[in-house]
Design a protein around this ligand. Structure first.
Ligand code: NCD
Length: 307
C-alpha cells in the first residue's frame, strides 16, 4: 500500500488505503473514549479556511487535539489573513508551511489544494475546494455507510439535491466507483444535475447509475439516501434558478415511509430545509452520527500522515 502524503482528491484512494483509514478510524473511537492519545505530541496542524465551516474545521481541530497535537487556525482567511492584502495563495502556503507539519485548506476555487500542494513541501489536506471536491467528507461518508449498512459492496445509493455544485457528492461518486455492484441514483432538480465529468468516470469504471426524478420511488430501492443542500453561494445572481432548485426534493415523513427498514438517510450538513426536522427522531436518520464519524476519520488521516 502506498503511504499517504497529500489528501487532494477522492480518486487518489485505493481500496487498501480506504480499509486502512476505516480500521484506524474504528480504533480512534476507542481512543476518544479513553480521553485521547499523545501520538502526535509536538506536531502542529494549520487550518486555513477561506470559506465558512463548522464541522470540517472543528472536527479536524478536535482530531488533532485528541491526538496530542497543536492547532493554528485562520477562519475567514479571505478577510483575516494576508489574502486581504493581496497575497497569493501560494505565498501564504509557503509561509504557513514553515510553521506547521500539515495544512488543512478550504478554499472557494476548485483546484486550490493542488496549487497549495505544489508549493507546500508538507502534506496538504483538501477540506473542500469550491465546487470541486471534499475527499475527507467522502471518506467519512463511506465509513458511515459501512457502519450503518454493514458493507460497501452491493449497495444502492441515491444522491439527491445539488449534484452540480455539491463537492461532497462528486467525491463520494469517485469512492463508490471503487467497489463492486454499486448502483447510484441521481435525483436532482433540472438546473443542478450531475455533471458529465463524473458520469463519464462512472461509465469508464462500469458503475451502474441512472437519473431519476421520483424520490419516493427511489426511496423504495435505496440502501442510502444521501441528501444535499442547494449550494446557494454558487448561484451568484441567478436567484430564480436557486429558487427553482430549492424545495424540489425534501426528505420528509412520506419519503421515510417508502424506505426499507435497514436503509439510512445521510447528509453532509448543514441542512436548510431539504430534510424535515420531524424525521430526526427516526433511527434511520443517520446524519448526526455521520457528522460524529468525521472526528474518527480525520483522526485516522492525521495519524496516517504524521505519526
Ligand atoms: C459541505 C461542504 O462544505 O461542502 N459541508 C461539510 O463540509 N460538511 C456541504 C455543504 O456545505 O452543503
Amino acid at each position: 500500500m502506498d503511504r499517504l502524503y497529500h489528501v487532494l482528491e477522492a480518486q487518489q484512494f485505493d481500496i487498501d488505503q480506504m480499509d486502512a483509514v476505516f480500521s484506524i478510524a474504528r480504533e480512534m473511537e476507542q481512543v476518544v473514549q479513553h480521553y485521547g492519545s499523545n501520538i502526535l505530541n509536538r506536531r502542529v496542524m494549520a487550518t486555513l479556511f477561506y470559506e465558512p465551516s463548522t464541522r470540517t474545521r472543528l472536527s479536524f481541530e478536535s482530531a488533532m487535539t485528541r491526538l496530542g497535537g497543536a492547532v493554528l487556525t485562520t477562519e475567514s482567511a479571505q478577510e483575516f489573513s494576508s489574502a486581504a492584502k493581496g497575497e497569493t495563495l501560494e505565498d501564504t502556503i509557503r509561509v504557513v508551511a514553515g510553521y506547521t507539519d500539515v495544512i488543512v485548506l478550504r478554499h472557494f476555487e476548485s483546484g486550490a489544494s493542488n496549487r497549495a500542494a505544489a508549493v507546500a513541501g508538507i502534506p496538504v489536506i483538501n477540506a473542500g475546494d469550491g465546487a470541486g471536491q471534499h475527499p475527507t467528507q467522502a471518506l467519512l461518508d463511506m465509513y458511515t455507510i459501512q457502519r450503518e449498512i454493514g458493507r460497501l459492496e452491493e449497495i444502492a445509493v441515491a444522491l439527491v439535491g445539488d449534484l452540480a455544485n455539491g463537492r461532497t457528492v462528486r467525491s463520494l461518486c469517485y469512492l463508490l466507483a471503487k467497489y463492486e455492484d454499486i448502483k447510484i441514483y441521481f435525483v436532482a432538480p433540472e438546473v443542478v444535475r450531475m455533471k458529465d465529468d463524473i458520469k463519464e468516470y462512472l461509465q469508464r469504471h462500469q458503475v451502474d447509475f441512472e437519473e431519476a426524478d421520483d424520490l419516493h420511488d427511489v426511496a423504495r430501492q435505496a440502501d442510502v439516501i444521501y441528501q444535499t443542500r442547494i449550494q446557494k453561494e454558487r448561484f451568484g445572481d441567478r436567484t430564480t434558478e436557486y429558487e427553482q432548485a430549492r424545495g424540489k426534493y425534501i426528505v420528509d415523513r412520506s419519503v421515510m415511509d417508502c424506505m426499507q427498514d435497514h436503509a439510512v438517510v445521510m447528509h453532509p450538513l448543514p441542512r436548510v430545509d431539504e430534510i424535515d426536522p420531524a424525521v430526526d427522531a427516526d433511527p434511520r436518520a443517520a446524519y448526526f452520527r455521520q457528522a460524529h464519524n468525521g472526528l474518527y476519520v480525520r483522526m485516522a488521516l492525521l495519524r496516517m500522515l504524521l505519526a
